[in-house]
Ligand binder design. Structure first.
Ligand code: TPP
Length: 327
């Protein structure tokens, strides 16, 4: 085996392998959920992130426990990367008693403060002023922790987006706004909801940088994130990173997505983030066929175990429906 080539990303070989593991685990999780939904076994709505994994891995890799993420309905992988174990995550989709929220909310609306995960709500864009508020706390406490907030291009058309970014820009807050531009907001294509091409351009109005990048390239996302993290930690304020991508499935698993063409889907599938990343790692001599097999086996075992655990887990207790209420 030739020596591993050095890269500009300053990542050790084992870190590149870890990234590959995450990409495969997140894809595997979503693929399995898609099957389980069809079998009628999942109670939660499932908003597949298949096709968008590079964004989650590139932005979450190397975050600190203390950093906060504000994930959305399609960001299951971010929960896993921030430290929610596979069993808990799968039980969450099954709405069992062993979960983050014991079946009391839409699965990915849960928060886990001890892991730095802020719970989202259904109102799109509403997480962005909250992210700015979290970042303000970090600034006031004089920590160098950072908030990473996710949103779709559809959400960038609501008022909360503009208020959140404006506030973050005015106060130079340590927050990364990560746009997962997957071309559709439910059935509405980008060109019917925006008169500009790049969501990234909107950052300029709020006094900070916005960049549009290939959201299907794990290392491009990682590189952009690392630059933005360094600026945020150093007191230089927010960055908007628009990751151009595509969701392979419908808005949710019950949406057959008849509003788009087979050709369009095929074109984007040819830009699948996983083969690109695999080829890159193999080219660096950082990944062998044996390692791929070993990682795939580990991913399958992790998911099998999580599904078995979730299926056998106890149901939530009716009386718990009114516990943990904040009022
Ligand atoms: C303020 C608001 N308007 C409308 C909806 C209904 N809705 C839920 S998901 C969705 C599409 C979201 O598109 P986007 O923000 O691009 O994210 P994506 O689902 O594509 O990842 C819509 C319109 C909502 N939840 N909140």
């Amino acid at each position: 085996m030739p020596p591993i080539k050095r890269t500009k990303f300053k990542l050790a070989p084992e870190q590149l392998l870890e990234m590959f593991y995450w990409v495969k685990l997140i894809r595997g999780f979503d693929e399995r959920l898609s099957i389980l939904v069809k079998q009628g076994k999942v109670r939660s709505g499932v908003y597949s992130g298949i096709g968008q994994e590079a964004i989650i891995v590139g932005t979450c890799f190397g975050l600190r426990r203390e950093d906060y993420i504000c994930p959305l309905h399609r960001d299951l992988g971010a929960f896993l990367m921030k430290g929610v174990d596979a069993r808990t995550m799968m039980s969450q989709m099954f709405a069992k008693d062993t979960t983050l929220s014991k079946g009391r909310d839409s699965a990915l609306h849960s928060g886990v403060p001890e892991l730095g995960i802020f719970g989202n709500t259904s109102m799109l864009g509403a997480n962005l002023p909250v992210a700015a508020g979290l970042a303000l706390t970090f600034k006031m406490e004089r920590t160098d922790n950072v908030v990473v907030a996710y949103f779709g291009e559809g959400a960038s058309n609501v008022g909360d987006f503009h208020e959140g970014l404006n506030f973050a820009g005015v106060h130079r807050l340590p927050v990364l706004f990560i746009c997962e531009n997957n071309q559709y907001a439910y059935s509405v294509p980008l060109e019917k909801s925006m008169a500009i091409d790049d969501v990234a351009d909107r950052a300029q109005s709020y006094g900070f940088d916005g960049v549009a990048i290939n959201g299907n390239d794990v290392l491009a996302v990682y590189q952009a994130t690392q630059g933005a993290l360094a600026r945020a930690r150093g007191g230089d304020g927010p960055t908007l990173i628009e990751c151009k991508t595509y969701r392979w499935h419908g808005h949710s698993e019950h949406d057959k997505a008849f509003y788009r063409t087979k050709e369009e889907l095929a074109m984007w599938k040819s830009r699948d983030p996983i083969p690109t990343f695999t080829a890159y790692l193999k080219g660096l001599h950082a990944l062998t066929d044996e390692q791929i097999k070993e990682i795939e086996a580990r991913v399958t075992a992790t998911i099998d175990d999580a599904v078995a655990f979730a299926m056998d887990a106890p149901e939530p207790k009716p009386e718990d429906a009114v516990t943990d209420l904040y009022a």
